[in-house]
Design a protein around this ligand. Structure first.
Ligand SMILES: NC(=O)c1ccc[n+]([C@@H]2O[C@H](COP(=O)([O-])OP(=O)(O)OC[C@H]3O[C@@H](n4cnc5c(N)ncnc54)[C@H](OP(=O)(O)O)[C@@H]3O)[C@@H](O)[C@H]2O)c1
Length: 109
C-alpha cells in the first residue's frame, strides 16, 4: 500500500502531538514526519515511543533559512502529500511581532 506522507510542525506541542496521534490512528498508511528542533529531539523520542516507527523526526527550525533542513533530510523526505502547521511560539504575554511572526510566515517558505 502506498504511504500517505505528512509533515507536521509543532508535533511536540499541545495541539500538534494530538494531530500526529490522530493521523497515525486513523490511517495505517500514514507516515508522519515531525519537524522538530534539535534541542527538542528528546521530547520527540518520548512521544515517538507511543507513536511507533511511522513517526519520524525531521530536524529543523521554522525560523532558520530553508527551515534549517539538511539536504539529506529533504532527499530522504521526498514527496509530501500534506503539511499540517501547528508550530507556534505560544506566549500570550509576549508582544505580537516578536512572539509569533517567524512561525506565522514559515508555511510560505
Ligand atoms: N493550546 C490551545 O489550547 C490552543 C487552542 C487553539 C489554538 N491554538 C493554536 O495552536 C498552535 C499551537 O499551540 P500549542 O498550544 O500546541 O503550542 P505549544 O504547546 O507551545 O507547542 C508549540 C510547538 O511549536 C514548536 N515550535 C516553536 N517554535 C518553533 C520553531 N522555531 N521551529 C520549529 N518548531 C517550533 C514547539 O516545538 P518545541 O518542542 O521545540 O518547543 C512545539 O512543538 C498555536 O498557533 C495556538 O495559537 C492552541
Amino acid at each position: 500500500m502506498a504511504r500517505m506522507r505528512y509533515v507536521v510542525t509543532g508535533g511536540t506541542g499541545f495541539i500538534g502531538r494530538r494531530v500526529v496521534s490522530r493521523i497515525l490512528d486513523r490511517s495505517e498508511d500514514a507516515e508522519v514526519w515531525v519537524l522538530v528542533r534539535r534541542g527538542s529531539l528528546a521530547r520527540f523520542e518520548r512521544l515517538a515511543a507511543e507513536w511507533g516507527p511511522r513517526a519520524k523526526p525531521l530536524v529543523g527550525d521554522l525560523t532558520a533559512v530553508d527551515l534549517g533542513l539538511a539536504d539529506e533530510a529533504v532527499a530522504e523526505l521526498g514527496t509530501v502529500d500534506h503539511v499540517v502547521h501547528c508550530a507556534a511560539i505560544y506566549d500570550i504575554t509576549a508582544a505580537r511581532p516578536s512572539s509569533g511572526r517567524p512561525t506565522w510566515t514559515a508555511p510560505a517558505r
